[in-house]
Design a binder for this molecule. Structure first.
Ligand code: UGA
Length: 450
């Protein structure tokens, strides 16, 4: 089938590459001429494992191409996917839909025959109806229909998430539209992937927000349990394992850390709250999730300062990992940002290393020394802090780290290392939610009587 994709961000580019790999003929469109020129030379605008190879293979096979000319791209297509950004609107947290509506207008005007406009961007309930209204104004007689097909891929695991999804959700209001989407996703059954689920358009739009809000809530929940573990002398990793083995709860998204970040959870939880507010239908649990996560990110700075004896003025803090999670160069809403701010406000000197995020980080952070590798970060620092659990930080020579540090303190905000191993290497270890006396022999429990 011939498909056009508007927008070459994470979702657009990954979808385009994967659809072409399924055998469809795909044209990816972006207004950013330099981005298109770079893509034509095989240069990816984002870091995503395996994406460059997949793009190269499919461009070579003649199934994938890039253009800034929307009108040519949508000639003879069966479907046009809109995968443009829906950032938080400045000031009010609403999703900014101006790019979606602009794309819909241009596509409706440019289409030369019947096609489905498929919204893949994350958009509030009712956006599909608005796109349909725009289409009926601009091109009432072209036979254009509108569907919603939210994307659930994770950065860093985008290709496998796209090709082996737990489910594909299609919100459509009529049978011909559903069959176009069914044909596009048919190759997935060859991958033994599961369900293609058809719903109404509004339901599909809400599924996306409900899924992200639920996952964000899981993370915020286990983070608060982690805090409680520290106070009562329990181990959050044990708690996660113990509750996650219950299939009704599930093991995933129960890893305690410095708080969720990225381009989706923070933005989508806020946008969902706006929808709830606009419709006078409160989402108190999501409200609590957002509030707990915000305060957690700030609390992480204080946790590091406490681990360093309460004063950091003039001391050097080494940070490993800056991106909001591993295997991405994305710094958006990363917990590293408020952590660094808190440390700098308290007078600390911050040194950091990230395998892929330093270029973006340099544009967002000031007065940070960027080091070439983890050992250069540790050299002479007063504490080493693991902020993001990159694989490259999982097998460090802890004895060497302890020897390099001026004060041998390791603050492990992702619980990468067992406390015992770090302590055996000569480090004072502070993890997240590890209040278990046995695994942290140096921890002094609060006097229960005091
Ligand atoms: C998230 C969803 O997982 C995807 O399904 C969705 O498609 C995507 O948003 C989106 O809406 O586009 P992503 O933002 O790439 O994907 O990252 P996640 O892997 O979900 O992680 C989000 C944040 O939660 C990260 O900061 C991560 O470190 C944190 N997290 C996640 C934890 O702290 N603990 C966990 O157990 C899991």
């Amino acid at each position: 089938m011939r498909i056009a994709i508007i927008g070459t961000g994470y979702v657009g580019l990954v979808s385009g590459a994967c659809f072409s790999d399924f055998g469809h003929e795909v044209t990816c469109v972006d207004k950013d001429v330099s981005k298109i020129a770079a893509l034509r030379h095989g240069i990816m605008p984002i870091y995503e494992p395996g994406l460059d190879m997949l793009v190269e293979t499919n461009v070579r096979a003649g199934r994938l191409s890039f253009t800034d000319d929307l009108a040519t791209a949508v000639k003879n297509v069966s479907a046009v996917f809109i995968a443009v950004g829906t950032p938080s609107r400045r000031g009010d947290g609403h999703a900014d839909l101006s790019y979606v509506f602009a794309a819909a207008r241009e596509v409706a005007a440019a289409l030369d025959g019947p096609a489905v406009i498929v919204n893949k961007s994350t958009v509030p309930v009712g956006t599909g109806d608005e796109v349909e209204r725009i289409v009926s104004e601009i091109a009432p007689d072209k036979g254009i229909t509108v569907a919603s097909n939210p994307e659930f891929l994770r950065e860093g695991a985008a290709l496998s998430d796209f090709k082996r999804p737990d489910r594909v959700i299609v919100g459509a209001e009529d049978e011909p539209t559903r069959s176009v989407l069914a044909a596009i996703y048919r190759p997935l059954s060859l991958n033994q992937s599961s369900a293609l689920v058809f719903t109404s358009r509004r339901t599909a739009e809400l599924i996306k927000y409900a899924a992200n809000a639920f996952l964000a809530t899981k993370v915020a929940f286990i983070n608060e349990i982690a805090d409680l573990c520290e106070v009562v002398g329990a181990d959050v990793q044990g708690v996660s394992r113990g509750i996650g083995m219950d299939n009704r709860i599930g093991r995933k998204f129960l890893h305690a850390g410095p708080g969720f970040g990225g381009s989706c959870f923070p933005k989508d939880t806020l946008a969902l709250l706006k929808t709830a507010d606009d419709n006078d239908s409160p989402l108190r649990i999501v409200e609590a999730t957002v509030a707990a996560n915000e305060s957690r990110k700030r609390a992480m700075g204080r946790k590091i300062i406490r681990a360093m004896g309460g004063r950091v003025r003039g001391k050097t803090v080494g940070l490993l990992g800056l991106t909001f999670k591993p295997d991405t160069d994305d710094m958006r809403d990363s917990p590293a940002i408020p952590i660094i701010r808190a440390l700098q406000d308290a007078g600390a000197i911050v040194r950091a290393h990230d395998p892929e995020g330093m270029e973006q980080a340099k544009t967002m952070l000031s007065d940070v020394d960027f080091a070439a590798d983890p050992y250069a970060v540790a050299d002479g620092a007063d504490a080493l802090v693991i902020v993001t659990e990159w694989d490259a930080f999982r097998a460090l020579d802890l004895k060497r780290i302890a020897a390099l540090l001026a004060t041998p303190t390791l603050v492990d905000l992702r619980n990468v290392y067992p406390a015992r191993e770090a302590v055996a290497a000569g480090l004072e270890y502070v993890g997240v939610g590890i209040g278990d006396f046995e695994s942290r022999p140096f921890v002094k429990m609060a006097d229960p009587v005091a």
